[in-house]
Design a protein around this ligand. Sequence first.
Ligand SMILES: C[S@@+](CC[C@H](N)C(=O)[O-])C[C@H]1O[C@@H](n2cnc3c(N)ncnc32)[C@H](O)[C@@H]1O
Length: 251
Amino acid sequence: MLKSLGWISMLALTGLVGAAVLWAAEAAREGEPPPRPPGPPEKRGPGPRGPVAAAAPSPPPTAKSDEEKKILEVLDDMFRNQRQGMMNVPPDDGRLLRVLVEALGAKTVVEIGTSNGYSGTWICLGLRATGGKLITHEIDAGRAKLARENFKRAGVESIVTLVEGDAHKEVAKLKDPIDIIFIDADKEGYVDYLQKLLPLVRPGGLILAHNIASHERDLQDYLKAVTTSPDLETVSANTRSSGIGVTLKKR
Ligand SMILES: C[S@@+](CC[C@H](N)C(=O)[O-])C[C@H]1O[C@@H](n2cnc3c(N)ncnc32)[C@H](O)[C@@H]1O
């Protein structure tokens, strides 16, 4: 009896470890730390510069209208049920995108890397308020299809143009001024996207680059390009997760 219980526990333990490894691998692909298991907030010891505050989870967003509530519900559902394999931004990065879009009064946002439309839906949350539109690019037909469904569920499909294909080719066709670019696709392509789109970004506009903390080594050339030009000013945000490079095209 004890022997078989031992085997059962061994099997259960192996299963748990396997699941944890898959979970961590999925998060590592996108460069995020794996989500913290439920429980009390993580306590951190004193760092080299003294005590480090515990990373308190952000309080959830509060909807101001039924429309906002519906979009937040769709985002929550995407986060809970579709995240696997979608390489989505963490919710805090999505919230930052929304804040920047709305604060800047952006009318045109161009996104590279739609996936299933998670970050795009956060962007649309801001664009609803500014009367703007999103042009988003995705090379994978399956993810593009899912994104279309999600934009529809969130009720934002009328302000989204989803361009299916290789964004390196597709962005070269854009002609109109852009308020914000959000780059979240092939890391080796960031410099090409920047070079092709920067001339269209209006003075005072922003170039946002995802994963600048988690993929710092892969993005060396991009970081050099946005930190050495006198025309640009770059700061890093949300570096506790994947990190978003926020680059201002100076006026
Ligand atoms: C990190 S995911 C984007 C996640 C998305 N921004 C979100 O948070 O919901 C990167 C996406 O870029 C797409 N991608 C990669 N290379 C691309 C290219 N050359 N053109 C268009 N999309 C590309 C991938 O298929 C993938 O869906």
